[in-house]
Ligand binder design. Sequence first.
Ligand code: Q0Z
Length: 292
Amino acid sequence: MILEHLGTVTGYTHIASGKVRDLYALDDGRLLFVASDRISAFDYVLPTTIPDKGRVLTAMSLWWFEQLADVVPNHLLSTDVPPEFAGRAMICERLEMFPIEAVVRGYLAGSGLADYKRTGSVCGIPLPAGLVDGSQLPEPLFTPSTKAPQGQHDQNISLDDMAAEIGSANAAELRRLALAVYARAESIARERGIVLADTKFEFGRRPDGTIVLADEVLTPDSSRFWPADLWEPGRPQPSFDKQFVRDWLTSPASGWDRASGATPPPLPADIVAKTREKYVEAYERLTGLAWN
Ligand code: Q0Z
């Protein structure tokens, strides 16, 4: 027990945490990428965890890496991880990361919708008039953003801004890869009744210059998944995974006043159970595999 603990502290060094995931460096230079059971909503990390969420999202990400292996190389090296992280962590190669969120949007929502309402464009790309919340775009758009410091929102940038940041050849290659990955993923998700409205990729570079897909990919935490049968442009679309959480938090039952700036309250057990079931359902529908 004590030896295991000593092994733990000397074996990997915590280097970063996001709202719902953690990153460690191994002694040999590789990285340990860990998905927690934490869940965020309305920009808050909730005080309640969702059992199995980290394992489900990790399994989904691993499945996508396999589906996409002929489109782009990825950073995964191994899933042989310390027991406390079993099933919800990946050992990854350390890359030189591009300081860009490679976002692809097939549908209008979120900051893309806000941009469009203000300017008629998204990231400087002009769009036809008359699009509404949830509209399918004429074609998928690559809409890069800069990674904001923790607690702030990423900021949409133009392709020219991106080229100024990382060079025009890298910018063009990231755009090509992100659109190719989205096209493959959207078609798979669509066949299974899930609209992949948009998604965010992170890319890095190997010492030999190869561009590699990093991070977790195509999970509900990095993407908007919408149930295809409920898609109806003109209103905010229900979220495949978080709708029970959002509905409860904004209902009188929660007692939470979103405008007050207060931290959201703990979720009731039935909301936790139904939300866990939605993550499992997303995994099973996408992959066609049974969860456990
Ligand atoms: C990813 C992040 C966090 C999880 C750095 N293969 C890689 N090589 C180098 N750096 C990264 C990766 Cl994935 C890397 N992040 C984002 C932050 C938890 C992922 F706190 N940061």
